[in-house]
Design a protein around this ligand. Structure first.
Ligand code: FAD
Length: 469
């Protein structure tokens, strides 16, 4: 019997649990629901939407190679998903819907509503755990709780991982051609020009596989040394692909096994450090399920709810526009706004600057990041912001406040990254770029620091001390 696969953030034909299961049960029809209004409410911007839609186009081609037609419908909000899917199932006489779980709260509520609607209509709907190794809830502390701290989570992850969790799912063989044909790609969601460069971020699983292989071949072994240096392309730049499932965690880990004598935990320091980052990704997805308050704009640490964040539009605008007078923060914000991606070290530095030095509500920064990031993904973004703001899991103790100038001399010692993103500073000797001399600022057309580090640090410490944990 005909099977329906609903593709969402799993835009690939290889190693896709739901697709493999659907294809085992009969010929397959695929569907993609574009919910632009809902995605906008969630805060995604043009960069992610552009990459997403290019990914759907690549997926459509890949599915057509298997004679699987891809139907596409526009819905406004997630509430309309059950009716839209049921309409297709009834029209095509499909009994069984398959999809891979998405874990943030709105997505999982949507999926429950879809399941209920299918059951009520005497049809079946099956969800698969595909995007991470452990279904949320299946890794717990000794007390039976969800982990709220990363390190023990990662230990348990390594300890309990079974080969089956890494086994690649079958790619369906081409099926007999059906009478149903694919829908044409809909109009682009916006005519706004994205900042992401499509040549730098080609969408689709072939591009992702190629990127993974090149990373592991050329850079993986140096990852632990180069990952914190933003002037070097030392990381995989796979985040947008992982966020939309153009590559799976299994494909990533299988490739590590192949490059690291069959081990994920031991052996090459670069590769094992990289595996750890993939576990961070998984950790934050478990957190979103175990502590759904984080999906409701609440801090993970309840007592930080009372923190007296400052209303300061001028400083917020300076941060957004990269005019804080702290070159590393400003260079980072230029990288984000001009390319749609930001290096991890800088995400930490700039998030901490907003939430600590400026004492501005981390949720405003979280939203700004999500709006610009091509890899914008709720769990990782929320987790990263709450970590930086010390409201989150595994909370960076609140008294850890990065000094942006020290971070700059440490991670961009030659001021290369600074000069690339703030051309005004390129004319200064490397050492002077981290904190441009005050008497040169007007000549350089570069602002003085909007807040003094020591003062800002103390202000943040006082605000946190005033809370009662
Ligand atoms: P690599 O270093 O090659 O890591 C491999 C993969 O592991 C990444 O592609 C990503 O999927 C995952 N990963 C790495 N670090 C983390 C992390 N700290 N948390 C969760 N997953 C991780 N990542 C996103 O994918 N989307 C976001 O919206 C996002 N927002 C962030 C916001 C803040 C404030 C911070 C501090 C981090 C955020 N991250 C986010 C995590 C991390 O910065 C990016 O995943 C990473 O920079 C992407 O580059 P890469 O693919 O080269 O990573």
């Amino acid at each position: 019997a005909l099977q329906l696969i609903w593709l969402r953030s799993d835009l690939r034909i290889h190693d896709n649990s739901a697709l493999a299961a659907a294809a085992e049960n009969g010929p397959v029809v695929a569907v993609f629901l574009r919910s632009l209004a809902q995605w906008r409410v969630h805060g995604h911007g043009t960069n992610k939407l552009d990459f997403w839609m290019r990914g759907v186009a690549a997926l459509k081609d890949a599915l057509e190679g298997l004679n699987i037609p891809l139907l596409q419908c526009d819905i406004d909000s997630f509430d309309q998903a059950p009716a839209a899917l049921l309409a297709i199932a009834r029209e095509q006489g499909i009994e069984h819907l398959h999809f891979n779980h998405e874990y943030p709260l709105n997505e999982s509520q949507r999926d429950q509503a879809v399941m209920a609607a299918f059951v009520q209509d005497s049809r079946r709907a099956t969800g698969y755990h595909d995007s991470i190794a452990f279904a949320p809830g299946s890794l717990r502390t000794g007390k039976g709780d969800y982990y709220g701290v990363f390190t023990p989570f990662a230990k348990a992850w390594h300890k309990q991982l079974q080969p089956e969790q890494l086994a690649l799912r079958d790619t369906p063989s081409p099926q007999q051609r059906l009478s149903i044909v694919s829908d044409a790609m809909p109009e682009p969601p916006t005519h706004e020009k994205p900042a992401v460069d499509a040549r730098q971020w080609p969408a689709g699983e072939e591009a992702a596989a190629d990127r993974l292989e090149r990373f592991l071949h050329f850079r993986g072994r140096h990852y632990h040394q180069q990952r914190d240096v933003p002037a070097i392309r030392g990381t995989s730049e796979l985040s947008p692909y992982l966020a939309l499932g153009m590559i799976s965690y299994r494909q990533c880990l299988q490739a590590v096994l192949a490059h690291n004598d069959g081990s994920l935990a031991e052996g090459d320091a670069g590769l094992t450090t990289w595996v750890n980052e993939l576990i961070w990704r998984e950790f934050y997805q478990h957190v979103a399920v175990g502590f759904p308050k984080v999906c409701r704009r609440q801090p993970f640490q309840d007592h930080t709810q009372a923190l007296a964040w400052r209303e300061d539009e001028k400083s917020f605008a300076a941060w957004c526009e990269g005019r804080t007078g702290y070159p590393l923060v400003d260079a980072a914000m230029h990288q984000l706004v001009e390319t749609g991606w930001m290096h991890n070290r800088l995400r930490m530095v700039s998030a901490m600057f907003l939430s600590k030095h400026l004492l501005i509500d981390w949720r405003r920064g979280e939203a700004f990041f999500l709006h610009h990031l091509v890899d914008g993904e709720f769990c990782a973004n929320n987790g990263g912001w709450q970590w930086a703001a010390s409201t989150g899991t595994d909370a960076a103790p609140y008294f850890r406040i990065f000094n942006p100038t020290t971070q700059s001399t440490r991670f961009d010692p030659q001021g290369e990254f600074l000069a690339r993103w703030i051309p005004e500073l390129a004319q200064l000797p490397a050492k002077a770029r981290h904190a441009p001399p005050r008497d040169l600022l007007s000549q350089l057309d570069y602002p003085a620091p909007i807040v003094e580090h020591k003062f800002a640090r103390q202000r943040a410490l006082d605000a946190f001390k005033a809370l009662n944990p």
